[in-house]
Design a protein around this ligand. Structure first.
Ligand code: HEM
Length: 542
């Protein structure tokens, strides 16, 4: 194995030396700065700086190792590594990962300038995850911008995320929330629970009922639930891992990290899982909505659309549908549950803010019933709490990558065609220029009327606050994600008071974060004891 790896590395090395030397000579000959990807010698010792005065320079950044560039130095928390580098090199960073140029915007101002070029950075880069897990880039998140992407986006926007679609399926989420509250209340205020596990279960079931019409964590189906849990965890881990083969072509078949074989295995498991549900949905008199109180799920809608969708976006194949569903599970489950857990953890650490939020709920909802989605618009403080949580703990700390489809200039620097763009959402939320008052503190009041950030929303036009991204490819599930996070947070603090384990105080609650693939989780899951605070009869029939 080792000699083989060695040979491949040598062949790669010779290949890059040859190609880059030719590129460098060409660049010198023509005075061409734009041939950048081939301009710098991979060994880092023969760089040719053939700059023509009229073309912008690359953004600054550290050089990294020969051949590998900065790839080996990213570490387990790339958002923090990039943040630290941005303090040295500035808010637009250039790194080299193998043969790929990587550009990292880290401030609100630079993000605003980047999104002025949205059409030039509207696609996603090639990567092993989208190839092997997402059916060769067939899903909505990785399909290239164009008629097919528009068709998929329209389909989701209309049938899953429009205000009407959200309202139509709110009973489904209500039922799942009732189960969640009932289960916690059943512990009689005496038992500590792993909040991340309970919330994740509720969110995954709500989402899976919207997508495929059934729960994925169901009592009596432990084997299936275990399988699904494994798939989602593996999906989250693999979809955000830096796969060396993406940056050093030629290594793909060697799969030195073992990631590609795991991706293929995951795809096989997901495929079997989804084939089963598609077959069930296709059965005559199938109740694709079997636990959806008569409401249709996304899978049923898409199977129906298979007959109709033949516009400029083309036909919807079975593979398109499966890719879309996997993408929705990947993008929608952890992002929502993790944010709700962070919100509760922040509130437990700040009891005075928690008390005010509970008072707002008591006054708008009372203590005789559970909070409902229709109450959320009457809870401005709660909405500010969610915004502040998403600012400090964006579940996707580095946004889903984009690729420059042509050269573009941002802030006086060149982003060369083919560069991967990793927007550091986490750093932007702490940008001291955009957030001059205690940027690292959890202070929802900053959004209050009359405050500096009054009226700033999450829709992608206030560039200091872009946890859902921005531009044409802004998160398509934003409305659902926001609703689920707000509803879950409201329910947790309205239905229960929360107590930390004996001897632990809010101040010493461990808030360390850890990147888990694309998402940012609480390294130590929140464990707390929920004590019912509403009238006992509210919990009686749950
Ligand atoms: C708190 C919750 C969520 C956050 C913070 C979040 C964040 C993001 C971000 C940062 C992007 C990349 C946007 C860009 O490139 O500019 C994205 C894309 C996406 N998200 Fe979300 N997301 C959330 C919930 C959801 C939910 C609930 C779903 C669906 C069920 C979803 C589905 C998607 C999809 C399909 C894309 C790709 C869109 C495209 O490429 O056109 N997300 N999300």
């Amino acid at each position: 194995m080792l000699p083989l790896l060695f040979k491949v590395l040598i062949i790669n090395l010779l290949f890059y030396v040859l190609i880059s030397s030719l590129g460098a000579l060409r660049a010198v000959y023509y005075g061409e700065r734009r041939a950048f990807p081939t301009l710098r010698h991979p060994l880092g010792c023969l760089s040719v700086q053939a700059q023509s005065p009229e073309v912008s320079p690359l953004p600054p950044g550290p050089r990294g190792l020969p051949l590998l560039g900065y790839l080996t130095k990213v570490g387990p928390n790339p958002h923090q590594t990039f943040y630290n580098l941005s303090k040295i090199y500035g808010p637009l960073l250039h790194l080299r990962f193998g043969i790929v140029d990587v550009v990292v915007p880290s401030s609100a101002e630079v993000a605003a300038k980047l999104f002025r070029n949205d059409l030039k950075v509207v696609n996603r880069p090639k990567n092993s995850g989208a190839e092997h897990i997402l059916y060769n880039y067939q899903d909505i998140g990785f399909v290239p911008y164009g008629p097919r992407w528009r068709m998929l986006r329209k389909l989701c926007a209309l049938h899953l995320f429009s205000p009407k679609a959200l309202d139509d399926l709110q009973d489904t989420r209500r039922e799942e929330m009732d189960l969640f509250v009932g289960e916690l209340a059943g512990k009689g205020g005496a038992v500590e629970v792993d909040v991340s596990r309970e919330v994740a279960k509720c969110v995954a079931n709500s989402l899976s009922r919207l997508l495929i019409g059934r729960r994925v964590f169901d009592a009596g189906q432990e084997k299936e639930a275990g399988e699904f849990k494994w798939m989602v965890m593996e999906l989250m881990h693999l979809s955000g891992s830096f796969c060396v083969a993406d940056f050093l072509p030629g290594l793909g078949w060697l799969d030195p990290q073992g990631l590609i074989s795991r991706m293929k295995k995951l795809n096989r498991r997901f495929d079997a899982f989804l084939n089963r549900f598609m077959a069930e949905h296709r059965e005559p008199n199938a109740a694709g909505d079997n636990n959806n109180s008569g409401k249709r799920d996304l899978l049923s809608v898409m199977l129906e659309q298979q007959e109709n969708a033949d516009g400029e976006g083309g036909k919807l194949t079975d593979v398109d549908i499966k890719a879309l569903l996997v993408a929705m599970f990947a993008a929608g489950s952890d992002s929502t549950s993790i944010t709700s857990e962070w919100a509760l953890a922040e509130l437990i650490r700040k009891p005075e803010i928690l008390a005010r939020a509970q008072a707002e709920l008591d006054s708008a909802v009372g203590r005789n019933r559970l909070v409902m989605e229709s109450d959320l618009s009457n809870l401005p403080m709660l909405q500010d709490i969610v915004k502040e949580t998403l600012r400090l703990h964006p579940p996707a700390p580095i946004s889903v990558p984009r690729v420059a489809v042509e050269d573009c200039e941002v802030d006086g620097y060149l982003i060369p065609k083919g560069s991967t763009i990793l927007l550091n959402i986490w750093a932007i939320g702490r940008d001291p220029v955009a957030w001059p008052d205690e940027p690292n503190e959890f202070r929802p009041d900053r959004f209050l009327p009359g405050g500096k950030h009054e009226g700033e929303d999450l829709k992608g036009s206030h560039f200091g606050l872009i946890p859902f991204g921005a531009g044409r490819r802004i998160c398509v599930g934003m409305n659902l994600g926001l609703r689920m996070v707000t509803f879950m947070t409201a329910t947790m603090i309205h239905s229960f008071d929360w107590f930390l384990p004996e001897g632990q105080t809010g101040e010493d609650l461990d808030m360390v974060e850890r990147a888990n693939g694309l998402t940012l989780i609480k390294a130590v899951p929140l464990v707390a004891r929920p004590v019912p605070r509403l009238k006992p009869e509210v919990y009686a029939n749950l």
